[in-house]
Design a protein around this ligand. Structure first.
Ligand code: AMP
Ligand code: ZN
Length: 476
């Protein structure tokens, strides 16, 4: 089975063929650093983290570039509000973004170019566009001449006439045509600027991604991604700039993620349902957020709610409890060989996981395969209460290892749980010591103390399960 990817440009799933066998050039638009990122942004970055991890797990060598937009109107406005320099605001939120990506377990890109460090490449690209007749200077600004490039509108499936009548088109006296968009803006007093052939100014937003993709990955790149809100105008414009300047294809596969909504409403500051990533991570460990998000296919809208967070938390607890139960049973291995019935379940889970992920990265189906493995193994464990044979234990170890490996492909680490994991390890240790004390109290027939210890464990969030192999702690 080959890997299939839904390509926004083709509007269907296509077999994935990289430009160079075994290698993938991936570009995902990064954040504009004027604030902490919200959980919608986090969803998109998480989706592409999993896509990248899966490609790597499947044997591809992935070169992943993600830009940081560190000069933009929003940054300038924020700086003015706070009485700071735009560079200071950008540096602060760039660091916050990287720290939060680490907290979420998102792997670093291969390269993380900054817009302000790439101005020369953007100017060179704009000069090529002017030379080829696709851009013009006007009053210190430079605009892309949309009607000069026949492919415009193909990515987003919009006709020029429809765009022309659209309310979103900005009207300006300097533009020859209302459809034209900015490549370079003349500096206004007090704003940051760079010298250019058109005077002092700064780049428009779209040009950086075209310039960086070409410089850092070479064209055509294999996969270009972002949230669905970027298709128009951002990606339509990126494509126009790159293809009009070079005459070659810019991107082979365009991938766009669905939007995250909160309680079925679009997230927005005015609706008061705006959640920042760090606010969620203060209360939930990253694996919970991943599990919640990956239960929805990356292209579907994702409905976020407190109830779903609690469900994901419980599901993560079940997975952890399962692996610890398997380890517990393995620790009572007896010698005689008793057959190998579980290897089929492990193989089936692995095959279904790959099949689902190969089908345009269906993480929801992939997770279902893992929960199915858990169910099948639990049923088997229930039916095999006594001591297990060596082969059975080897099979069980394979189940646990497969579970951890495949969850790891999704970035869900059952052992090192990210933030909160130290606390968790401390609690486990404390609970284990209480259990030992309780066993001693029972042996000494001190029932009152044994009950008190059970209550203490209950308060810590553990119950004692009596098994044929002895008492065992389970987190609730
Ligand atoms: P921005 O900094 O606004 O360019 O956004 C960074 C990334 O987050 C882009 O890929 C956007 O498409 C994505 N994004 C913004 N809002 C949402 C949302 N509500 N749900 C999912 N992705 C989003
Ligand atoms: Zn971009």
């Amino acid at each position: 089975m080959s890997l299939r990817i839904y390509n926004t440009a083709a509007r269907r799933k296509e077999d994935f063929t990289p430009r160079e066998p075994g290698k993938v050039a991936l570009y995902v638009c990064g954040p504009t650093v004027y604030n902490y990122i919200h959980i919608g942004n986090a969803r998109t970055f998480l989706s592409f983290d999993v896509i990248r991890r899966y490609l790597q797990w499947r044997g591809f060598e992935v070169t992943f570039v993600q830009n940081i937009t560190d000069i933009d109107d929003k940054i300038i406005n924020r700086a003015a509000e706070e009485g700071k320099a735009p560079a200071e605001i950008a540096a602060f939120y760039t660091k916050a973004f990287i720290d939060e990506m680490h907290a979420l377990g998102v792997e670093d890109p291969t390269l993380r170019p900054r817009a302000t460090e790439s101005i020369g490449d953007m100017i060179a690209l704009i000069e090529r566009l002017i030379k080829r007749g696709h851009a013009y200077e006007s009053g210190g600004d430079v605009y892309f001449a949309v009607r000069s490039w026949p492919g415009y509108g193909q990515l987003s499936g919009r006709a020029l006439d429809e765009l022309q009548s659209g309310a979103r088109v900005e009207v300006s006296e300097l533009k020859r045509d209302p459809l034209d968009f900015t490549l370079w803006k003349a500096a206004k007093p007090g704003e940051p600027f760079w010298d250019s052939p058109w005077g002092q100014g700064r780049p428009g937003w779209h040009i950086e991604c075209s310039a960086m993709s070409e410089r850092d990955l070479g064209l055509p790149i294999d996969i270009h991604g972002g949230g669905g809100d970027l298709i128009f105008p951002h990606h339509e414009n990126e494509r126009a700039q790159a293809e009009a300047a070079t005459g070659t294809t810019f991107v082979n596969y365009w991938m766009h993620g669905g939007m995250l909504n909160i309680n079925d409403e679009k997230m927005s500051k005015s609706l008061g349902n705006f959640l920042l990533l760090h606010e969620v991570l203060e209360h939930y460990e990253p694996a919970v957020l991943r599990l919640l998000m990956l239960q929805t296919h990356y292209r579907s809208p994702l409905d976020f709610s407190d109830a779903r967070l609690e469900e994901a938390k419980a599901a993560l607890e079940r997975l952890r409890g399962f692996v610890s139960l398997v380890e517990w049973r393995i620790s009572f291995a007896a010698n005689p060989d008793k057959g190998v019935p579980l290897s089929q379940a492990t193989e089936a889970a692995r095959a279904k996981f790959t099949l689902e992920m190969d089908d345009d990265f269906n993480t929801a189906g992939a997770l279902a395969a893992l929960f199915e493995l858990m169910r099948a193994t639990n049923v088997w464990l229930d039916a095999h209460q006594g001591e297990l044979g060596e082969d059975e234990c080897a099979n069980l170890a394979e189940v646990a290892a497969t579970m951890c490996e495949l969850l790891g492909v999704l970035g869900i680490d059952l052992i090192a749980g990210g933030s909160g994991s130290d606390q968790r390890a401390d609690e486990d240790e404390q609970a284990q010591s209480l259990l030992v004390q309780r066993t001693e109290a029972r042996a000494a027939k001190d029932w009152a103390r044994a009950d008190a210890l059970r209550d203490e464990l209950d308060k810590l969030g553990y119950v004692i399960e009596d098994t044929p192999q002895g008492p065992r702690l389970v987190r609730t």
